[in-house]
Design a protein around this ligand. Structure first.
Ligand SMILES: NC(=O)c1ccc[n+]([C@@H]2O[C@H](COP(=O)([O-])OP(=O)(O)OC[C@H]3O[C@@H](n4cnc5c(N)ncnc54)[C@H](O)[C@@H]3O)[C@@H](O)[C@H]2O)c1
Length: 254
């Protein structure tokens, strides 16, 4: 029976996971590298819950009790009593290896909230337990074998990378590429806008994981993606990516 969930990383994914799980009544331990990162995650959770209250999706008392269920930490000692830990730290293999080394022993690994990864040594009971939690969170579990980037990112990120190549080679500008994919492929969001939402640094890291992990040149990260990341223009979180988010509406930059 899962009662307490640990979440490592209070960024976009971690804060979202803590938010959903706390509203569903789980006790949450949320960790990040330092207090400012934790505070940023908690602010995002509170802001997003306020938005849900404004839309009548939850009541103010739901927010209050959910927030009370979240405790925070900057180390992993607080995770000893967790029934399940979700790792949602920066997309960097060395960082993740270090985290797993420190916290993994005796814990249930969950490698994705919806994509359930069955590693070569995953116990059937571990897999079933995690699947039950995912179902309790009203999410649909999708089983994936343990390959670089699993299913969604394996398909999504090369498409985003190709959109950046189309921009880089002048096939179309930002607006043309995003509008083309929204209307022509019925995607709710254009690939460049989506890349800004995910974070261009995260997109680049996933492409590097695919490129190195599958040793196939078709996964070569677009030089323009690398250039944006090196410039610090990593998307919506810094108000600058393929769109400029400093005004009221996003404005395409190329
Ligand atoms: N953003 C998306 O849409 C998305 C989608 C699917 C998967 N993911 C995956 O989720 C993970 C997190 O991505 P994100 O977008 O939330 O990134 P993010 O940059 O918003 O947040 C990552 C957080 O991890 C923290 N962190 C770094 N090292 C840590 C450590 N040792 N211990 C605890 N916290 C640490 C960082 O300080 C940061 O707050 C990545 O593996 C990414 O590939 C992200």
């Amino acid at each position: 029976m899962i009662k307490r969930i640990g979440v490592i990383g209070a960024g976009q994914m971690g804060s979202g996971i803590a938010h959903v799980c706390a509203l569903k009544g789980f006790d949450i331990r949320l960790a990040d590298v330092d207090q400012p990162h934790i505070d940023k995650g908690l602010d995002a959770i509170a802001r997003n819950m306020d938005r849900q209250i404004g839309r009548g999706m939850i009541r103010p008392e739901d927010k209050d009790s959910a927030i009370k269920r979240i405790t925070t930490a900057t180390d992993y000692k607080a995770f000893a009593d967790c029934d399940l830990i979700v790792e949602a730290a920066t997309e960097n293999e060395a960082v993740k290896r270090e985290i797993f080394k420190k916290v993994c022993e005796g814990l249930v690994p969950l490698m994705g909230l919806v994509e359930l990864i069955r590693g070569i040594a995953t116990e059937e009971e571990t897999f079933r337990t995690v699947r039950e939690v995912v179902v309790k969170l009203d999410k649909k579990p999708v089983n994936a074998e343990d390959f670089p980037a699993f299913i969604v990112n394996r398909i999504l990120l090369p498409m985003i990378n190709e959109a950046v190549y189309a921009l880089y080679e002048g096939v179309g500008n930002v607006e043309a590429i995003d509008t083309g994919m929204k209307l022509g492929a019925n995607h709710p969001m254009g690939p460049l806008e989506l890349a800004d939402f995910i974070g261009l640094d995260t997109c680049l890291s996933v492409m590097q994981v695919l490129h190195e992990g599958l040793a196939d040149s078709k996964y070569r990260p677009c030089p323009l993606l690398v250039k944006y990341v090196e410039a610090g223009w990593v998307g919506k979180k810094v108000k600058r990516g393929f769109y400029d988010y400093s005004g009221e509406r996003p404005v395409p930059t190329r």
